[in-house]
Design a protein around this ligand. Sequence first.
Ligand SMILES: C[S@@+](CC[C@H](N)C(=O)[O-])C[C@H]1O[C@@H](n2cnc3c(N)ncnc32)[C@H](O)[C@@H]1O
Length: 332
Amino acid sequence: MGKEAYHRPVMVREVVAWLVRHSGIYIDGTLGGGGHSLAILQALRDKGLEKRSFLIGIDQDSFAIAEAEKTLVSFRERTRFVQGNFREVAGLVNALRENELRGMEVTGIFLDLGVSSFQIDTSERGFSYLRSGPLDMRMEPGEGQSATDIVNTFEERELADIFFRFGEEKKSRKIASAICSWRNERGMITGTQELADIVRSVVSVPDQQIKSLSRIFQALRIAVNDELGALEEALKEGAASLSPQGRIAVMSYHSIEDRMVKHYFRTLATDDWGPKGVGLREPLHKAVFTLVTRKPLIAGDDEVNENPRARSAKLRVIERKMYSGEVSESDS
Ligand SMILES: C[S@@+](CC[C@H](N)C(=O)[O-])C[C@H]1O[C@@H](n2cnc3c(N)ncnc32)[C@H](O)[C@@H]1O
């Protein structure tokens, strides 16, 4: 399968332009089909930085790793693949840095959040209400609780919470109640189409139906994979692993994720003056990062027209300062 067929990467030019500036270790925490990784490696080569650089590609999905291995075959010598969760990025990368990548610094970290087109389009993975399949939604197939487990064992209130918090669905309570009635009257919900029918039974207006279906499926996916918890840990671990002048770039497609990234990046880039009114003369902690993008970068009209997935993409970038209190020349 070609990389375009597996997943068409979003804002590739922007990611490369804002991320790739120095040699060192680049971590792609969401390898997918390897589209962004390929562009990063090509940019390193074009800039003459290839020899002192390495790319570590992480994905929790073994199908993604297999696909990316094909995409990146011409950079085999400069690439390592790790099947795992990016929430453990520091541990995964340190294991390599203690051995074959000893002495190398982490210069760039990239996250392209969510699921790939391949994952959504594979009916057996159960991510889409448009495809009939088991209600699964695990990004790491077979590991941890599936969407079937959640839908059939969580209490009504917990389900409503998931739909409201992660899907911002207004009819979250009614949909959770309809799920529990189905469970009582008809037994387990095990397929994408059963869940879709339940949502349709609550939301009857066609336009709203589609929106609610997307929101409910998205919310469940976020809960199944603990996507917000994983992002929070990855941002912390990533920031701690990065070398001076290294950058982190995160692309998100969901407002909750973008807000998390924005707030965490701001915290990293702001001096800590302690509680208000204490009147310190020096901050408790000086910011060691600087914001590269104050506002998120978004895809251009041409890309959005060609790839609807790019419409909601938001890219934010942060850079570690040279050393505490000083910013690098490239800060702008
Ligand atoms: C949007 S796709 C990335 C596409 C990729 N940039 C490309 O060019 O093909 C997101 C990928 O990240 C993976 N993923 C999502 N959350 C993850 C996590 N917590 N740990 C590891 N991989 C994750 C998914 O399995 C999926 O393959």
